[in-house]
Each structure stands twice: as structure tokens, then as C-alpha cells.
Ligand binder design. Sequence first.
Ligand SMILES: [Zn+2]
Length: 283
Amino acid sequence: MDLQTFCQELPKLELHAHLNGSLSRSTMTFIKRFLALTGMADESDVFLDEFQVGPSDTKNLSESARERGLICCFIISINRNSSKEDADVIVDHAIEYHTKYPDIVVGVELSGNPAVGMFQDFVPALDKARKAGLKITLHCGEICNTQEVIEMINFKPERIGHGIYIHPKFGGNDTTWDLLRNSRIPVEICLTSNVNTKSTPDFNSHHFKEFYNANIPVVLCTDDKGVFSTSLSQEYHICGETYGIEQSKLARLSLKACNYIFAEDVRKILTEKILNFINKNEL
Ligand SMILES: [Zn+2]
């Protein structure tokens, strides 16, 4: 099977996709036309600024995704430019909906401009979320800030996003690298996103290979597939082509990602699905 077909057919798990960044261009165009046709916006000046989804919409969105064969769960975001008070309110909403729909609202994450805000300010809110049973993922090491990387890893989130400035070759140091290696925290790797935002100059210079060779648990993700015009299949394709990772190993990468999902109730279904693919294709 050629690599492109293989990456499309391989069952995959997306663990790091911002909803507002995942709208495709065709969906954006559809919404733009819809707003104009319904008179919700002036046709001469139609644009979409922000796409907001309230916690109450999460159940409907998840159910409609399942009808299309996609298991869809939600991680509620705290933006780093939020105040401590706002973070607390967001976590209260997350807990409320996690209590109502524990298999749909599964976690809380911290993201946004990495140069804004202090991680320590969000620890009380994140602690509260964790105590209520929500899993935590943190955008970590997006800029050079070794102190914050140390604080985040010591917080022991269930996953971290990106993890660029951690290895000494990529702006981290021995302490941050040893901490990550010993922690066994899975890292959500977003190849196209990191190249497009110039966090890394090109795919060949990306920290993925360093992490993969060091046996750091990694999972390939898109981050913002609409904004960056990518897909999870394309991310696997880039990974296979750039780093020479053969199809059987790409399939194992997808299989291992099952261990890192927050929605534990669907782990068995997904694992079986990927194992069936591996056996069917004798990988
Ligand atoms: Zn992200």
C-alpha cells in the first residue's frame, strides 16, 4: 500500500485539536454565506471573528459526531490571558458538565499566547479540575522558559502539548529533558503547526525524531487543521516520509496513542479497531 493511502486508512486518534482552529475553509465559507443569507451579518462585511461553543453544546456536538462514526470528546480550554477568577469560573463549568456527561467532557487544558500569564496562577483552578476527576493537558515549552517547563512537568499533567523547548538541542536544558524523560508524560506532537508558526524552521529540524528515539511517549496531532490546512492523515504521512518511519511503526504510533486518551471508556474499542487494521494488513 502506498504511504498516502496507508495514512488515510489507518484508524487514528486526534488528541490535540482546537475546535475554533479546526474548521475547514469550506465550513468557514458555508458559515459566511449562512450569516449573510439569514441577515445575521451584512453581506458586504461578513467575517467570522471567533467561533464560540458553550459547554451545553458539547453533548449535541458529540452525539452528532458519533452518528458519523467519530468518537468526539471535549477538553475545556483556559486561555493564558484569563484572570485567576475567570479560570476558576471556566473550571466550574467544566466540572458541571463533566459531572453531567463524564464520557464527553473529559479534561481541562491551558493554552494561548505562551508569553502571557504565569502557569502558577492557574494551578489552583487546575487542581480543582483534577480533584473533580478531569484530566489535564498543558501547552508546554512553546517558548524558551525552562522554569515554567519544570513547574509544568512537576505538576504531572496527563499530557503536554508541543514540548518544543525541552531538549537541550531545542532550547531546553539537561534538567528539563531529564524531567520529561523520567516523567513518562505523553507529548502531543503537532508537526505542521510548529513549522507554520515558525516554532521550528522545518520538518527535518523538528524535535519529533529526538523524542521518538528517546522513547518519549508521543502522539501525532493537528492542533488547528483548518488554519494550517492539514489533516491527521497528512501528519502521519509527513512523519513517515520525513523521518523514514515505516508503516508498521506508524500503526504502532497510533496504537500507543490509545494509552494516552482521557476518555478511558472508549480505549478498548479504539485499541481493537487499530489492532484489527494491523492484523488485516499483516503489519
Ligand atoms: Zn494547541
